[in-house]
Ligand binder design. Structure first.
Ligand code: CTP
Ligand code: MG
Length: 229
């Protein structure tokens, strides 16, 4: 039952990481793919559905972040990020406008997320879900190993999923999850799990891959050619 369907949609983009594993001289969000930064690409993707975009940027690069967002058609806010991704998102949540109903949290490091993924997440929020995450199945066989690298067992991969962003939440749910800073998780849905909040999965897309390493950047470059939305 969705009785507040008139509220706006916001996207929070955590972009404050330094990109240690990528190993570039500049923060990862400012790395370009075909002349357009990961941050700009992610913000443009979010602007297709979001009325408000809040970017958590590296604290010494707020001006550069602002320049990168000049052509993004949304109400844009830029805040300084924090020590960990969760801190960056908490800083962004602090400036969330009151009339926002749904919040999408989307990594700047996933520049090619297709609008179909966004639409699937929003659609389940409109259907009444309070937390929705895009996932993909796992193709490889998965083994559990011990500290000596010996195999303990094969894990049943049918129940396992790879998790992507954007992750979508009702504003109340996300505020609730971030109310206690001592609750820590590697993604926002992880906070929900700790609090016993139900999380629904929808189909993700290989295009929503995360740029973590230099190899990922090459893959993202190649995927640019197949992206057609
Ligand atoms: N992020 C953030 N604030 C942090 C750390 C990460 O906003 N303190 C953001 C990153 O900018 C990225 C997303 O969270 O868009 C996912 O994080 P990750 O891919 O790990 O990026 P980095 O932390 O920059 O990379 P690394 O872990 O290799 O340093
Ligand atoms: Mg990181």
């Amino acid at each position: 039952m969705n009785n507040a369907a008139t509220g706006r949609v916001a996207a929070i983009i955590p972009a404050a990481g330094s990109g240690v594993r990528l190993g570039a001289q500049i923060p990862k969000a400012f790395i370009e793919l075909d002349g357009i930064s990961l941050l700009t690409r992610s913000a443009l993707a979010m602007s297709r559905v979001a009325d408000v975009i809040i970017v958590a940027a590296p604290s010494d690069e707020l001006e550069l972040a602002s320049q990168q967002l000049t052509n993004v058609d949304a109400e844009v806010h830029i805040v300084a990020g924090g020590q960990a991704r969760q801190d960056s998102i908490a800083n962004a949540l602090a400036v969330l406008p009151d009339d926002v109903q749904f919040v999408l949290v989307h990594d700047a490091a996933r520049p090619l997320v297709p609008v179909e993924v966004t639409n699937r997440v929003i659609s389940e929020l409109q259907n009444g879900a309070v937390a929705v995450i895009p996932v993909l199945p796992i193709a490889d066989t998965i083994k559990r190993v011990d500290a000596q690298n010996n195999v303990i067992e094969t894990v049943d991969r049918n129940q396992l999923r790879r998790v992507q962003t954007q992750q979508g939440f009702t504003r109340e749910t996300l505020h609730h999850a971030y109310a206690d800073p001592t609750v820590v998780a590697t993604d926002d849905a992880g906070l929900m799990e700790v609090l016993g909040i139900p999380v629904l999965t929808v189909a993700g897309d290989e295009l929503a891959m995360k740029v973590t390493t230099a190899h990922d950047l090459q893959i993202a470059s190649a995927l640019l050619g197949v992206k057609n939305d």
